[in-house]
Design a binder for this molecule. Structure first.
Ligand SMILES: N[C@@H](CCC(=O)N[C@@H](CS)C(=O)NCC(=O)O)C(=O)O
Length: 215
């Protein structure tokens, strides 16, 4: 199976980590924003990453793709079967994709994507406003919601953890950290999840790529 996209995109990273946790081999094919690659365009009708090609089957959208992978290979389960657990898991994925991403994309686009990849200045006031106004309530929500278990849903890793930590990984590329003194649960959750081999391998490659671009 081929996955089009750059893992710097939290949506792409979510799918790559989800597949790695399941032991599903995905061949990652990097594409950039607005990429004209015809195979990518055929798989993603609106040119958004990620897009999956599995033989003669194409699928766009990270949520659609992870549900496809879960159905293809149910073990280990990353989307719980129980009604409440499944509902909570999809809530956290939605929270990550819409609320967290709505805020963090403004920060990451204007501070990193625009200057590094598009070679133009980002609107730093948009990024700063998002960090000052939008980010703190989401961080507070995570801190008061994370259970003792250290997993957002149930006692083991699910799509909820992967979906939420994936955008949080981009904070490191903007020099934004989560203070363990004020938000101990969220800081530990982020660090522990990013240390899993599924995340760590991607983060190491992303850091190296960003360092090369900055040099
Ligand atoms: N709901 C989609 C969102 C995908 C998305 O917006 N990807 C961004 C990168 S983070 C993208 O491809 N942007 C390019 C564009 O909008 O043209 C998903 O979950 O895959």
């Amino acid at each position: 199976m081929i996955l089009y996209g750059s893992s710097l995109s939290p949506f792409v990273r979510k799918v790559l980590v989800f597949a790695a946790e399941k032991g599903i081999a995905l061949e990652a094919k990097p594409v950039g924003i607005g990429d004209a690659n015809p195979e990518f365009r055929a798989a993603s009708p609106f040119g958004k990453m990620p897009a999956l090609v599995d033989g003669d089957f194409c699928l766009a959208d990270s949520s659609a793709i992870v549900h496809y992978l879960e159905a293809l290979q149910p073990d280990p389960p990353l989307i719980p079967a129980g009604a409440r657990e499944r509902g909570r898991t999809i809530w956290f994925e939605e929270f990550a994709d819409t609320m967290l991403m709505g805020c963090l994309a403004k920060m990451f686009f204007n501070r990193v994507v625009a200057p590094v990849f598009l070679k133009r200045e980002g609107d730093l006031s948009v990024a700063d406003t998002a960090e000052r106004i939008e980010w703190p309530p989401m961080l507070a929500y995570l801190e008061r919601t994370l259970p003792e278990s250290g997993y957002l849903v149930g006692g083991s890793m699910t799509l909820a953890d992967i979906a939420v930590v994936s955008p949080l990984a981009n904070l490191g590329y903007m020099g934004v950290s989560i203070d363990p003194a004020t938000h101990p649960r969220t800081a530990a959750f982020k660090e522990r999840t990013l240390a899993r081999p599924s995340f760590a391998a991607l983060i190491a490659r992303e850091k190296a790529a960003l360092e090369r671009l900055a040099a």
